[in-house]
Design a protein around this ligand. Structure first.
Ligand SMILES: C[C@@]1(CC(=O)O)c2cc3[nH]c(cc4nc(cc5[nH]c(cc(n2)[C@H]1CCC(=O)O)[C@@](C)(CC(=O)O)[C@@H]5CCC(=O)O)C(CC(=O)O)=C4CCC(=O)O)c(CCC(=O)O)c3CC(=O)O
Ligand SMILES: NC(=O)C1=CN([C@@H]2O[C@H](COP(=O)(O)OP(=O)(O)OC[C@H]3O[C@@H](n4cnc5c(N)ncnc54)[C@H](O)[C@@H]3O)[C@@H](O)[C@H]2O)C=CC1
Length: 405
């Protein structure tokens, strides 16, 4: 495969969307096909071409041949057995490479395992009790075979008009419907099971991104029995990471998991004040870097070590951080060893519109503190996607060695 080849993804799952975004960002020529308008909405606007609407096997074959894809990735839902069989057959007929993206099944024990929805119905016919159904609206019809379904089945479905209309037309009434879009936390699941007095939680083995672990744990906490519809037997495939791994030789920008990278902005900080909270190992490393750029440093820490550089540009405040310390600050670095203090600095800096690097939480950073290499000709800053700092440090080391910084 070459980097100019066209790729088609049949999405419909979180992983499919993640892969689409990552491939688009990595410069691949990629189209995505989703079954519903709702799926399209979830994709947002990432560039790339979005095809919308359900297609049968023949339509898929025509689409693949017409657009000349070199690779088709099937990222439809683990239970979309029909779609998967159509896509793989169309690829075989067109002679196009086919990859199945499949999230790993969740680990589980102590569940009532049913082969399909029909087996669930048989089980529930001979076992009383209320059920929280978390299998969506598609197969809800089967549950209406239970004579008392309208009182004992509580169906959690998507909050779309189609899903709601379908549930109503099947005979479900408002009091037995929960229309809401996930993700659902364990706590929320527990409350739902308790609120509706459910003895069972009905689920498919949707793997991690489907909130599967949160359902199992909630059932355990609420004392409900899990009824699990097993995955279609022959389904096997690759995880998102494995597919990224396979494609990264063609698209070097494709990072693991489709994480975003930061755009480097080089800005003049001379004469401006940078707040550094903390005066330990990390704060001192950053201080050394910052001082190369002729800024003023306001450093605040309960204990100011003797080893700290001194000079007019450095103002030491020997006490714990206070919010007022951010007054008049251009850039902030939170590098104390107290999680709560760093978090507070992050929040307060954001509120004031000050870019902040929070040393112990990549999620709370609005900028990443880079590894900096300075030579007479250039300033080079290196960051990764925040999940392998060691690799960034190694990269910086190689650049330093190469440039004799
Ligand atoms: C997100 C970021 C936020 C920010 O601070 O702006 C951040 C976050 C975190 N770093 C952690 C650990 C380590 N970071 C390093 C090294 C560096 N880290 C740097 C930047 C950044 N670090 C920002 C993103 C940059 C990116 O990765 O893209 C560098 C580039 C610049 C600098 O720090 O000066 C510098 C290389 C400098 C050079 O070589 O010149 C080492 C190695 C070492 O110290 O030798 C370790 C230990 C080993 C390891 O984990 O590999 C932890 C876990 C803390 C914990 O568990 O306690 C978190 C928290 C989290 O991940 O959420
Ligand atoms: N981003 C990165 O590169 C790395 C980040 N870290 C994280 O950075 C943080 C700092 O690590 P180190 O410098 O090794 O710790 P350290 O223990 O050497 O220094 C902590 C500093 O915070 C100060 N401090 C404590 N409470 C404070 C408060 N309320 N207000 C202001 N200052 C306060 C202390 O006086 C001390 O100077 C830790 O949270 C650590 O997890 C650790 C390794 C690498």
């Amino acid at each position: 495969m070459k980097s100019t080849d066209k790729i088609l993804i049949f999405a419909g799952t979180t992983e499919g969307r993640t892969l689409f975004e990552a491939l688009t960002r990595a410069g691949a020529d990629v189209d995505v096909s989703v079954a519903t308008g709702y799926g399209k909405e979830l994709l947002g606007d990432h560039g790339g071409h979005v095809l919308c609407g359900r297609c049968d096997g023949e339509q898929m074959l025509a689409l693949i041949q017409k657009n000349g894809y070199a690779l088709v990735i099937d990222a439809t839902h683990p239970y979309a057995a029909q779609a998967t069989s159509n896509i793989s057959r169309a690829c075989a007929l067109a002679g196009v490479e086919y990859l199945r993206l499949l999230r790993p099944s969740g680990e589980c024990s102590d569940v009532i395992l049913c082969e399909n929805i029909q087996a669930v119905v048989e089980y529930l016919k001979s076992h009383g009790g209320s059920v929280l159904s978390t299998i969506g609206s598609k197969e809800l019809g089967a549950l209406t075979e239970l004579p008392d379904f309208s009182s004992r089945i509580f169906a959690r479905i998507l909050s779309t008009p189609e899903a709601v209309d379908k549930a109503f037309s099947l005979g479900f009434s408002g009091k037995n419907l929960i229309c809401m879009q996930g993700p659902f936390s364990c706590g929320l699941n527990v409350e739902m099971l308790r609120q509706y007095g459910c003895d069972y939680l009905l689920t498919k083995n949707s793997g991690d991104a489907g909130g599967f672990d949160e359902k199992l744990e909630a059932a355990r906490q609420a004392g409900a029995q899990v009824i699990l519809i097993d995955r279609p037997g022959s389904d096997h495939g690759f995880s998102c990471e494995e597919i990224v791994e396979r494609l990264s030789s063609v698209f070097p920008l494709l990072e693991k998991g489709g994480k975003k990278t930061h755009f480097p902005i080089f800005t003049d900080i001379s004469g401006k004040t940078v707040l550094v909270a903390g005066a330990g190992r990390i704060a001192q490393r950053r201080l050394k870097t910052l001082l190369r750029f002729d800024c003023r440093i306001r450093i605040v820490a309960p204990h100011i070590p003797q080893t700290l550089p001194q000079g007019e540009a450095i103002c030491c405040i020997p006490r714990a951080f206070e919010e007022g310390d951010l007054e008049g600050v251009f850039l902030a670095v939170a590098a104390t060893d107290k999680r709560e203090v760093n978090r507070r600095i992050g929040i307060e800096a954001k509120r004031r519109g000050i870019p902040v690097s929070v040393a112990d939480s990549r999620e709370e950073c609005t900028f990443f503190f880079p590894a900096v290499i300075t030579t007479p000709q250039a300033v080079i800053g290196a960051v990764g996607s925040g999940d392998d700092h060691h690799a960034v440090a190694q990269t910086a080391k190689k650049i330093r060695e190469a440039l004799h910084d």
